[in-house]
Design a protein around this ligand. Structure first.
Ligand SMILES: Nc1nc2c(c(=O)[nH]1)N[C@H]1C(S)=C(S)[C@@H](COP(=O)(O)O)O[C@H]1N2
Ligand SMILES: [Mo]
Length: 323
């Protein structure tokens, strides 16, 4: 059942605190005045987003070099044909073959739980107020391979702040679409469906956490998680949940799909850690997918190379227990 889309522009001005004003103003512009959404605000070029027609092929974004790694990105071909997306099969080439007809428009996201603003939002509601950035991030899979990907998206925290999480929101849970008709993997029991992931609130609010809608300057290919997927660059790739239809603010750590399938193999935190092996293989080194796939393995970096930015989130925690 699909409720009428809630409208962020209906938040009363009296409810808007000063730090929210900038975002809310943009939410009002995007929701209220169609044409304004296509203009440039705050120095960022904005994408023109069609209402119900398919997405345009190009996105307009600002390059965020401060948050990008210097490594050369993998090719578009590598990034869009070597995937993990069990809804479309367990082989690396299955998603690119089986997700071609997956329908990503229209798309809705249900926001619920411990927040002042909840309801159902259209994809356009979710995306429109946010200036887009390109950030080149490493993706490290728990299977010990990695890629470097120029994602296009917006900071997750800017989106979450629009919903005004309450003090009870300690974690945020994300859910993938459940539609076995479209997602053949969901007709099997290879995982529990729908796919669920989660972050502790302070992790979700970290500026490196990105809500991605594109890569290489284009809208996300279906196999990479269109129309909306999470990127948490200091964690193993399975935290980067694809095709998000649910965001729920909760008090307790959600039961995540991979931890639920094998709790000794996949932890909730999933921080990239060369010192904590997966029970069936070492995490000390990794293989970079692509041209150098047969070159030497590279040492895995703690927090996937983002330790300077995120290690403080975990000070005092035993990362062997909280893996
Ligand atoms: N819904 C959903 N999201 C998912 C997965 C999945 O099977 N289903 N696989 C995860 C894993 S294990 C990885 S490594 C990344 C891969 O992202 P990519 O295919 O865009 O490189 O997606 C993650 N997100
Ligand atoms: Mo993965």
């Amino acid at each position: 059942m699909r409720k009428r889309s809630a409208d962020l522009a209906k938040i009363k001005p009296s409810e808007i605190t000063p730090e929210d004003q900038y975002l809310s103003r943009r939410a009002l512009l995007a929701g209220g005045i169609g044409l304004a959404a296509a203009q440039t605000l705050g120095g960022f070029a904005r994408p023109a987003i069609g209402q119900s027609a398919g997405p345009p092929t190009a996105l307009t974004y600002a390059r965020n070099t401060a948050f990008s790694v210097k490594d050369a990105p993998n090719s578009y071909a590598d990034i869009s044909t070597y995937n993990n997306y069990y809804e479309f099969g367990t082989g690396k080439s299955d998603p690119s073959e089986n997700a071609q007809n997956f329908r990503t428009r229209p798309w809705n996201v249900a926001v619920s739980g411990e927040a002042e603003v909840t309801g159902n939002f259209t994809l356009e509601d979710i995306i429109k107020p946010h200036p887009l950035e390109e950030r080149v991030y490493r993706l490290r899979c728990v299977e010990a391979w990695s890629m470097v990907i120029p994602w296009v998206g917006f900071p997750l925290r800017d989106l979450l702040n629009r919903f005004k999480p309450t003090a009870n929101a300690k974690f945020v849970e994300f859910k993938t679409l459940f539609d076995p008709k479209q997602m053949p993997g969901q007709r099997t029991r290879v995982l529990e469906w729908p796919y669920v992931e989660g972050l502790r609130m302070d992790e979700a609010m970290h500026p490196l956490a990105l809500m991605a809608i594109g890569l290489y300057g284009k809208w996300l290919p279906n196999q990479n998680g269109a129309p909306l997927r999470l990127i948490v660059p200091w964690k193993y790739g399975f935290k980067g949940i694809k095709a998000i239809v649910g965001i729920r603010f909760v008090q307790r750590a959600p039961r995540t799909t991979w931890a639920g399938s094998a709790v000794n193999e996949y932890g909730f935190y999933a921080n990239v850690n060369p010192e904590v092996d997966h029970p069936r293989w070492s995490q000390a080194t990794e293989r970079r997918i692509g041209a150098n796939a047969f070159g030497p393995r590279q040492p895995t970096l703690p927090f996937n190379g983002y330790a300077a930015q995120v290690a403080s989130l975990y000070s005092g925690m035993d990362l062997r227990k909280n893996f």
